[in-house]
Design a protein around this ligand. Sequence first.
Ligand SMILES: [Zn+2]
Length: 218
Amino acid sequence: MSSKDPILGHQIQQLLIKHNLENPTNSNVSNWQDENYRNKLIQQYGEFLNNLGLDITNPSIAKTPSRVINFLINESFYGLDYNNFPRISSNENIYKYTAPLYSNNITVHSTCEHHLVSIIGEAKIAYIPKDNIVGLSKINRVVDFFAKRPQVQERLTRQILVALQMILGTEDVAVSIEAKHNCIVVRGVKNFNTTNSTFAFGGEFLVNDGLKNTFFQN
Ligand SMILES: [Zn+2]
């Protein structure tokens, strides 16, 4: 069975549009799997580098345009294509586990959409299971899917919350992300150690201060 679930992906897309949380994109993402279209992007990126002043006939950088375009489509921005949404296996909660469940230190590798410079950090997710439980690594995969887009951290945090609420079948979800934006490190104010923290809470996590405090302490 494929590790991807385009049908779920397109349901998630509708949900994000409804919540005004979709990334600013156009329909060209749907051309990504067309080899001719990819080749056109590679050619255009080569022209850009050439116009910038790089000698792309030099063997060292001749393949840079194809490396960059494949990196963007297959890795950095793969989360813009809902055909790549991860398949989520879920099982009935036969254990009747209803305590909060925490996933800590989830890797967040993203890209700042203002400067196209990397964002590197970690996410923490908590949820209170209801009728179904999911394979735990699926939470990491959902985080990674939304991280692998041009992003702002605030939107990323809210996208993960809303998607997980639908997938997990409960409002009771909490998301936090602490990340270093390399656009702050390498340009502008050039601060090396600044991190940015964002949070999004739903259901019980919104109204129950004890639960919220436990989330921050875990
Ligand atoms: Zn930036």
